[in-house]
Write a protein that binds this ligand. Structure first.
Ligand code: ADP
Length: 383
């Protein structure tokens, strides 16, 4: 059933009369009020007779009116179609409320503007919720920054005593040439000091990255060299755990623009983890190749694997799988977040995959290649 234009007009009139949460306002071409709905009376506090014939300016805050906001809004509505209008508006008693609405220019048959419709709703509640959320976010941010500052200070303070402890132990060893229990005690001191040094180093590293203090020294570098150096760093641990370790890199050079020391740190972390979280006599493979415009490194192990539910959070600070805590060699769940930060600082990405507990893990690092020089390459065994 079709309704006639006058019936449509009637329905819209009823809508405007009956909807008390919305203000419907008709204005002439100069921006003076020609009609004012009951909802507008409720929201603005002006009875119809007090506002008819007065300018749109009366509904704006004094500051917005002085800045020419009403005229600007009409200009936008005339030129661009509906002008969105979310702002503080002013009631008859001078109080303010947050209005969300729009202003639409009306045109006659000949296309000339004949007036405007202003439609708005009091959304102070929404505005207050947004403000509250914004304040909460700012407070959280502030708290996070304070924690980062604390972490950094604590790490520096903890770092200071490590070198004197190691030096004092060396001094005792040289002076007394001890044997038996004393020598054993000195070895305990050495081992624990080394552990402490590593923990503090991880903490410092993370706080440096978190606070944006890492400055990269990027240059063109060879992925083969970076991976070779990282592999060399990790060989003693691989041997200690009797792992079968293989690094496969292709012959043609794969170059990226990167800070080689930082990249080496990424792969040392991944290879160390592969070695740590694989039972003795495991298999670890690092594979370099290219895919499209990226250098891709996959570090795969047949170790303890990562439970599916932990995978999404594995790169977050302090994430550790409960079952592998004993294998972490004093780690605190910082290494992988450092890996992610460094890779992302290079414009790359890192991903973790595992079929689940006991099924091994694979970490994939992707880095942008130096553009235009590489074809996709099949890896060949490295001598
Ligand atoms: P850490 O090794 O010091 O605990 P990381 O941030 O390097 O910290 O790793 C976080 C956690 O991720 C580890 O504690 C371990 O539970 C898990 N993980 C990392 N690499 C592997 C891997 N190759 N295989 C299985 N679990 C891993």
């Amino acid at each position: 059933m079709q309704v006639s234009p006058s019936e449509v007009a009637g329905h819209f009139y009823r809508l405007a009369i009956q909807s008390r949460e919305h203000a419907f306002i008709l204005l002439d071409a100069g921006g003076r009020v020609t009609w004012w709905s009951p909802g507008a009376e409720d929201i603005f506090g002006y009875p119809s007779e007090a506002i008819l014939g007065r300018s749109l300016d009366h509904l704006f805050t004094d500051l917005d009116a002085q800045r020419g906001a009403p005229e600007h809004e009409m200009e936008v509505a005339r030129a661009d179609g509906p002008a969105p209008d979310d702002r503080w508006q002013q009631r008859a008693d001078g109080s303010r409320f947050w209005a969300s609405g729009l202003l639409v220019a009306l045109r006659g048959e000949d296309g000339e503007p004949i007036g405007f419709v202003k439609l708005l709703r009091n959304r102070t509640d929404l505005k207050e919720q947004i403000e509250t959320l914004r304040n909460q976010a700012a407070a959280l941010d502030e708290r996070l920054q304070r924690q980062e500052r604390f972490l950094s200070t604590a790490a520096h303070e903890l770092a200071n005593p490590v070198a004197p402890i190691v030096n004092a132990a060396a001094l005792i060893r040289n002076a007394l040439r001890p044997t038996g229990d004393v020598e054993f005690a000195l070895r305990v001191i050495d081992r624990q000091a080394e552990l402490l040094r590593k923990l503090v180093h991880d903490l410092l590293e993370f706080s440096r990255i978190g606070m944006g203090k890492v400055v990269l020294d990027p240059r063109r570098c060879s992925m083969q060299e970076v991976l070779g150096a990282a592999a060399d760093d990790c060989r003693p641990l691989m041997r200690e755990k009797r792992h079968e370790f293989q690094l496969l890199t292709p012959g043609p050079p794969i170059d990226v623009k990167a800070d080689p020391a930082r990249l080496q740190q990424v792969f040392v972390n991944l290879l160390t983890n592969a070695a740590k979280y694989t039972h003795p006599g495991g298999r670890i493979l690092a594979l370099l190749t290219t895919e499209g415009e990226e250098a891709v490194v996959r570090v795969t192990d047949n170790g303890v694997g990562i439970p599916r539910e932990v995978l999404p959070a594995i790169f977050e600070l302090f994430t550790q799988v409960d079952a592998t805590r004993a294998m972490s060699r004093g780690g605190m769940g910082i290494g992988l977040s450092v890996v992610k930060e460094i890779v992302e600082l290079h414009g790359g990405s890192v991903q973790a995959d595992s079929e689940g507990s006991g099924k091994g893990s694979e970490f994939t690092v992707r880095l942008p290649l130096v553009p235009g020089e590489h074809d996709t390459i099949e890896p060949a065994p490295r001598a």
